[in-house]
Design a protein around this ligand. Structure first.
Ligand code: GCB
Length: 556
């Protein structure tokens, strides 16, 4: 699956902007334009744009429509690309169904076969979460119940494009950098009707370093893609009829004992779990916000992040490649709780498993050429204390490993002896809020409890460990002596206590503070304008703890 890029063989037309949207009944079919639509921005969630609660928190079907026209050329094929419509969607062109998106957070890419002079594109979204959607949720008496701690943002969240392809075209490019001591072999697999292909590689100065007809070639004295010191080559594939340009980096990922090696050097993961979330935009992709996120992460001396709890936009992944961040690429499998059949339609079942497997494949299709992806996480905090989760995750891991060559994990909240799925992970990833959700306000419990928990995991599985979440809700500007919870003083003490403990555990290869920035959640008693565990505020300004981390990570 190639991202739409414009060149002399391919056109791209943006459909971003103001669309019409409205809520529709269960059996609604968009055969003709709905005249009751109101204006809505794309890409964006509608939830933080509207001013009434019923609209903000609506669960059901939502129709997005856009009229458009593009120059018509007989010599090419037209396709539609929606970066993400959350969650499931059906797509209609001029009243005819042309395809669907099985889940939010993934691109929907469909042929546009019967384009007219003027066209109507209708995207019928369903934002309800059940045991067969990702994330999981539960509907009861028309009400949405959710087990995860982030808002169910709804809308078309990423760019919408119409693009053209030559009739004989490249469908996909898979780039593998074979690092075998001299770090120089690159192999390119093409899919599609490609005929006679030429491969050219340009370095960052724009100098051509390779020009060949062979799909396996060498780059002399290559620059490696290094952590926070990225080097990206540009591959240009040209066939008789088509052309496509894809960036790639040369890097090798390996686990040796308790070490996670990138290009043979051990790395320590310093960074965050994050969310795609900003004022008014909701989960809408915005390059300025993404860049501010990266600049803040670089400033604080982070070198990695997890795409908690769903795949982030393709544009974010491109930036991570360019900055040199290590990314743990997470599937949207949050809130997975029930595997037992006695829960009927509320249980994860074979259908859930089939979709989960397909989402792992689609993640590979989308992200395979990104050097930043050094590990894949199949789920966040599933209820792996349930016996039936073992078989389920065995299958999900097996499927994921069919595609991905990087280490595979999931993020655990249970214990070494209680988690049925911990054994499948290449790296043990654990979330802990000791002194916060347990022994609230007492940092003195952290050292003993955290060391024991992580040591137990290591003793049992002998895998390197990352503390993938720890953090404390903090209201910026609130100070307290002694440091009570919600103050900046407490957050700093809390984070430092966890970090100090990790320094004593040599099997521990990383720390991801929860969260990079404050973010929106559902309304519950424990959340004041959402989750406030950000090291940065929602405006992307540092809280006091950011200065502690900046100093620590500079030395680490
Ligand atoms: C967790 C979850 C994360 C929550 C966080 C919290 O364990 O993985 O999604 O936001 O705790 O702050 O409660």
């Amino acid at each position: 699956m190639l991202y739409p890029r414009m060149n002399d063989k391919r056109d791209v037309y943006s459909l971003n902007g103001v669309w019409d949207y409205c809520f529709v009944a269960e059996d609604y079919v968009p055969v003709k334009k709905n005249r009751s639509g109101k204006p809505m921005a794309v890409p964006a969630s509608y939830n933080d744009i509207v001013t009434d609660m019923q609209t903000r928190e609506y669960s059901g079907k939502v129709l997005y429509e856009k009229e458009f026209a593009v120059p018509k050329r007989a010599d090419c094929l037209y396709r539609l690309r929606i970066g993400d419509a959350s969650h499931k969607c059906e797509v209609y062109l001029n009243g005819e169904k042309i395809g669907e998106g099985i889940n939010g957070f993934y691109p929907v890419d469909l042929p546009l076969e019967n384009l007219k002079e003027n066209n109507l594109l209708s995207v019928l979204i369903d934002n309800r979460l059940t045991a067969q959607t990702f994330p999981n949720g539960r509907m009861k008496d028309g009400k949405q119940y959710i087990k995860h701690d982030f808002f169910n943002f709804t809308g078309i969240h990423r760019d919408v494009m119409v693009y053209t392809l030559p009739k004989k075209h490249i469908d996909d490019i898979i780039i593998r950098t074979v690092v075998d001591g001299d770090y120089e072999k690159v192999s390119v697999e093409l899919k599609g009707d490609c005929g006679n292909a030429t491969f050219r590689v340009y370095d960052e100065q724009g100098e051509e370093v390779v020009c060949t007809k062979e799909n396996v070639f060498k780059i002399k004295n290559p620059n490696l893609w290094q952590v926070m010191n990225a080097y990206l080559y540009t591959l240009v594939v040209e066939t008789d009829t088509d052309k496509y340009e894809e960036k790639f980096g040369i890097r090798k990922v390996e686990i040796q004992g308790t070490k996670f090696l990138v290009n043979d050097k051990p790395v320590y993961f310093k960074g965050f779990g994050m969310h795609e979330d900003f004022f008014i935009l909701g989960r809408g992709n915005n390059p300025a916000v993404s860049l501010r996120n990266f600049e803040c992460m670089k400033w604080v001396n982070a070198n990695s992040f997890r795409t908690s709890h769903y795949p982030y936009s393709e544009e974010m992944m491109d930036l991570a490649d360019r900055y040199g961040f290590l990314v743990i690429d997470e599937a949207p499998a949050a809130g997975m709780v029930l595997w037992s059949e006695c829960f009927g339609e509320n249980a994860c079942n074979d259908e859930t498993l089939a979709i989960h497997k397909e989402l792992m494949r689609l993640l590979y299709e989308r992200d395979k050429n990104h050097p930043c992806v050094v590990m894949v996480s199949v789920s966040n905090e599933p209820m792996t204390t349930e016996e039936n989760s073992e078989k389920y995750f065995e299958e999900v891991f097996k499927e994921t490993r069919k595609y991905w060559e990087v280490p595979v994990t999931f993020v655990d909240t249970w214990h070494a002896n209680t988690s049925y799925a911990a054994k499948f992970c290449d790296v043990t990833c654990v979330n802990r809020y000791l002194g916060w959700y347990t022994d609230h306000g007492d940092c003195s419990v952290v050292e003993a409890q955290l060391s024991k928990d992580l040591q137990d995991f290591y003793d049992k599985y002998q895998k390197p460990v990352i503390l993938t979440e720890f953090g404390a809700d903090t209201i910026e500007g609130l100070h307290a002596l002694p440091a009570v919870t919600f103050s900046e003083d407490f957050q700093m003490m809390y984070v430092a206590e966890n970090c100090k403990t990790l320094d004593k555990l040599d099997f521990c290869i990383g720390e991801h503070v929860w969260n990079f920035a404050d973010f929106t959640t559902h309304q519950t008693g424990g959340r004041v304008r959402g989750n406030r565990k950000g090291v940065f505020t929602k405006e992307r300004q540092p809280k006091m703890v950011a200065y502690y981390l900046k100093d620590r990570w500079d030395k680490k």
